[in-house]
Design a protein. Structure first.
Length: 273
């Protein structure tokens, strides 16, 4: 029987995070929070999100026929706009409150969500910075990355260059083979520590700044790495003039082409708290 809104947990009960976790986030640009949602909750939402991702996925090519980005994962965005059950997950207050507390702001807005399902045999996700794509005037941006199944390093664990968020945008390039090479050299030159969790349980989540450099190895297991992400930004952020075609696209797609210098507060960017 498929889940309905009435029998899905609301995920609005807050989870307190420690001062140490907030300090770690500010220092390293990323932090792992255990049991953001419990086993029962993630069990009920897993099928909802997986079914929606499968329904709205447009990638039909075989892995070997795709480019590096296409091999990295099956990516389906803004499922909250297409499925009211996923909407309840994405707009839940628990994850948003953690994001706001880590950023030390009162409220956050949604930028967009994305299901990132790395198939068995799926390739690596190259080093990149998320905020390269976002025409926003704030560094108070954060991505939550939550596995819906238990994962380990064999499956493509999210990996961070600690402290890399502090210099803002490093290179103006999209996720690609080129970004992997340039960031790899940058991380080496800057002597940045590279770190990842050895394993994450379903319902655990990492949170990282938009400018934190990160990647993920390929999935060498026989299981799908099912991950749901939500990108938040601090309420009060304004739209900046797009600097390249990717920001032009984001301005149109996620910010509904609101005027430059206006608040980033379109219908697609609701307040959560």
């Amino acid at each position: 029987m498929s889940a309905t809104l009435n029998n899905l947990p609301t995920l609005d009960g807050f989870k307190e995070i420690s001062k140490q976790q907030i300090s770690e986030f500010h220092k390293n640009g990323h932090v792992l929070i255990k049991s953001v949602i419990n086993k029962k909750e993630v069990g009920e939402y897993r099928n909802v999100i997986a079914n929606a991702a499968d329904k709205y996925n447009t990638e039909k090519r075989k892995i070997e026929d795709r480019d590096t980005y296409g091999k990295a994962f099956l990516q389906v965005m803004n499922l909250w706009c297409s499925d009211e059950r996923v909407r309840q997950f994405v707009l839940s207050k628990r994850m948003a409150k953690i994001a706001a507390d880590l950023l030390n702001v009162e409220n956050v807005r949604i930028y967009h969500d994305q299901a990132l399902f790395k198939e068995p045999g799926g390739g690596p996700t190259p080093w990149h910075q998320d905020q390269h794509y976002w025409p926003l005037d704030t560094h108070n941006t954060i991505t939550m990355w939550m596995p819906l199944v238990d994962i380990n390093t064999e499956m493509g664990m999210l990996t961070f260059a600690s402290g890399s968020h502090k210099k803002g945008c490093v290179f103006n390039n999209e996720i690609s083979d080129e970004s992997q090479i340039e960031f790899e050299q940058y991380i080496k030159n800057e002597n940045l520590e590279v770190s990842r969790a050895e394993e994450m349980d379903a319902g655990d989540a990492t949170f990282h700044y938009g400018f934190t450099i990160h990647n993920a190895p390929g999935n060498h297991s026989k299981k799908m790495r099912e991950v749901m992400t939500i990108i938040y930004f601090a309420d009060g952020a304004r739209i900046t003039l797009p600097q390249h075609k990717w920001q032009v696209n984001d301005h149109k797609t996620w910010l509904m082409e609101l005027p430059v210098s206006e608040f980033a507060a379109s219908e697609l960017n609701p307040l959560v708290l």
